[in-house]
Each structure stands twice: as structure tokens, then as C-alpha cells.
Write a protein that binds this ligand. Structure first.
Ligand code: SF4
Ligand code: SF4
Length: 354
């Protein structure tokens, strides 16, 4: 069959030999230390994985440097996890220390496995996306600088997944992470009538709004649109199709914090994250207010949860009232979902139980 460049290449062509030969035969795995996994096959084969953190936005030179390590120790094989951890896989136990040392020389710590905090999955932020209400990579850097000890150790009750999305379109796994930071706009788009005329298709712009908040301008002499503020949920969908409706606003934009989501089916069904802090201001480059809240939640969880209890399971056991009391996060009327379309999202879980 002719090869084409459509779609991704077959993953089997890129697997290390040890993984290919033991495919489907893995018996168990161990967390040897933070950042090192050992997988044992039914055949008796062992495979070691060294996981290191990455800066996530990387240069070609950086990729060449990590490929050199992979060439030296892993027959050229290298993988990135969905949370931008870098993994070096080898079937030779004596390679493990060499990989850790060479990665450390590049400033990449081993960690992110077992009951700790893995690299943070995040979206594009100010560096690339037009809809961003906050930065993503800068915010993640500020958070991980404070969470570093939990990346390089496995001392938490269970693993903690953190996600950052720079607007409520949430390109990352924010809805189902133990801790999530979401950029939010709080003001509707500012319509520039002249630009709408020059740059936007009015029917497409009206259709782009999921809540039907955009209407034709009632003045027949103005070929533009108006936004009904009471229906707008500040999602920036309209801005994606009509650049004449920007939402960015230095004072209105900031972040919300969500907790308690998970994808895993272990013990309990998957859980959606719930909002606990409705708004914190954007304060780059360190986002101190955001980092302080996250760190406090992690520390209280670490001291209060049972072994293997995920953040959401811990909160369900102690109750939300106690969670707010322990974390000293104020409970306000902004926690109550009174948005026009809220009735459709009430009591929604990944498993519908009405
Ligand atoms: S979360 Fe929003 S702002 Fe961030 S990359 Fe995705 S669409 Fe853009
Ligand atoms: S921001 Fe979203 S909800 Fe508001 S007008 Fe634009 S598309 Fe509609």
C-alpha cells in the first residue's frame, strides 16, 4: 500500500524493541524512586522508564540535547507524556543513573511518578492564543517552582494532577484534574462596528455564539452586531470567527480555581472538577495569589487525606463545608451557578444520575 502523509504514523513503528516484544504481556510495575518506573513482563523481561520534567515550550536545540541522551542510552527512543513529561525507556538497569545525571545537567529533574505531582498540562496562553484570559506557561512555571518538592518525591496520599487553561474553552484537561486553574474573562466582547464591517461575516458571527447572545445591530444603518450581556458567558467563541470583538481586558481578566476532578475509574467513577475560587487577578510573573491558594490546598490535602485517596474523594469524604473551613477559602454567592442556562448543567457528572 502506498504511504501518504495523512494521519499520524503507526505507533508500532516507533516502539523500543523491549516494548514491542512484550506488548500485552506486562505483569506489574513498581515505582523504584521518584521519576523511575520498572515494568516486569510475563517473560521475565524488565523495562525501566526515567521520567523527567520539561519546560514544555522548547527549542530545537533543546530537543537535540534530549535526543542525544536517548541515542546514548535508549537506542534513540524518547517519548513525551500527555503532561509534557519526557520519558527515557531502557531495558538495561545500569543505564538509569546515567540518564538521570545527564538529564540533570540540562536542568531536568527526575520525578512526576507515583504519589506526587506530575508536570502540569496546559494550554497556549499569551504566547500564542488570541482568546487567552491569562498566561499558561508563565503561570505553570510559577506554580511548579512552588510545587517542586512534590514533583521530586512521592509523599502525597495519591497522585495529584494539575491543569491550566487560559480561557474557559479549556483546551487542557481542566475539567477532570485534581487541581485546575482556568483563565476567565468577566466582560463581554467590545464590538468595533467599523472593523466588523471590514473583517467579519455577520451571519457566521451570530451563529458562533453558543448562548444566542449576539444579534444584528437594531439600527439598520449600522451593519454590525450587538451583544446581550445577560446571555454572554465570556467564552470568546465569537472572537475566534470575528476579530472585531476582542474580550481581553486588563482588569476584567483573571483566573478561577477548580478542584477534585479525575479521569480514573479506580474506587469511584470519574469526577468533574468543581469551582472553589471564582476569581483571582492576573499578577505576572509570579501569580502569588494563585500559587498561595494551590499550595495551601495541597498541604491540607497532604495532611488530611487517607492513603490513595484522590483530592475529589477526600473532599467528598470530609464534605465541602469542611473543605472550605480547612482551606480558609471564603464561600460566596459566586459559587452558586445562577447563569441563565445553568439548569442544563446542574448535577451533571460523567455518569448521569438524575
Ligand atoms: S484554553 Fe482558550 S485561550 Fe487557551 S489555548 Fe485554548 S482556546 Fe486559546
Ligand atoms: S463571548 Fe461567547 S457567549 Fe459572549 S457573545 Fe461571544 S460567543 Fe457569545
Amino acid at each position: 500500500m502506498n504511504r501518504t502523509d495523512i494521519g499520524p504514523p503507526d505507533y508500532r513503528d516507533m516502539l523500543p524493541d523491549a516494548i514491542k516484544m512484550n506488548y500485552g504481556k506486562w505483569k506489574y510495575h513498581e515505582n523504584v524512586r521518584a521519576g523511575v518506573l520498572k515494568h516486569v513482563s510475563e517473560t521475565g523481561d524488565e523495562v525501566y522508564t526515567v521520567r523527567v520534567g520539561s519546560p514544555r515550550l522548547v527549542s530545537i536545540d533543546f530537543i537535540r540535547d534530549i535526543c542525544d541522551i536517548a541515542d546514548k542510552y535508549c537506542d534513540g527512543h524518547l517519548r513525551f507524556t500527555s503532561r509534557s513529561n519526557i520519558e527515557f525507556i531502557t531495558d538495561n538497569k545500569s543505564n538509569v543513573n546515567g540518564i538521570i545525571e545527564e538529564a540533570a545537567k540540562l536542568g531536568l529533574p527526575a520525578g512526576g511518578t507515583g504519589n506526587g505531582i506530575s508536570n502540569i498540562i496546559h494550554t497556549q496562553g499569551w504566547i500564542h492564543c488570541h482568546s487567552a484570559a491569562t498566561d499558561a506557561s508563565g503561570l505553570v512555571k510559577a506554580i511548579m517552582d512552588e510545587m517542586y518538592e512534590y514533583f521530586t518525591s512521592m509523599k502525597l496520599p495519591a497522585y495529584v494532577r494539575i491543569a491550566v487553561a487560559c480561557c474557559i474553552n479549556m483546551c487542557g484537561a481542566v475539567h477532570c484534574s485534581d487541581l485546575a486553574v482556568v483563565g476567565i474573562h468577566r466582560r463581554p466582547p467590545k464590538v468595533d462596528n467599523e472593523k466588523v464591517l471590514a473583517q467579519c461575516e455577520i451571519p457566521t458571527t451570530i451563529q458562533s455564539c453558543p448562548t444566542g447572545a449576539i444579534r444584528r445591530n437594531p439600527d439598520p444603518n449600522i451593519k454590525s452586531v450587538v451583544v446581550r450581556e445577560d446571555l454572554c458567558m465570556y467564552c470568546a467563541n465569537c472572537f475566534t470567527v470575528c476579530p472585531a470583538m476582542p474580550l481581553a481586558d486588563a482588569e476584567g481578566d483573571g483566573v478561577a480555581i477548580y478542584v477534585g476532578g479525575k479521569v480514573s475509574n479506580a474506587r469511584k467513577p470519574p469526577m468533574f472538577s468543581r469551582m472553589v475560587v471564582p476569581f483571582l487577578p492576573n499578577t505576572p510573573p509570579r501569580w502569588t495569589e494563585v500559587v498561595d491558594v494551590l499550595k495551601k490546598i495541597v498541604e491540607i490535602y497532604a495532611g488530611s487525606a487517607k492513603k490513595y485517596e484522590r483530592m475529589g474523594e477526600w473532599i467528598e469524604r470530609i464534605g465541602w463545608e469542611k473543605f472550605f473551613r480547612l482551606t480558609e477559602i471564603p464561600f460566596t454567592d459566586q459559587h452558586i451557578d445562577d447563569f441563565t442556562h445553568a439548569v442544563e448543567t446542574y448535577r451533571t457528572t460523567t455518569q448521569f444520575k438524575w
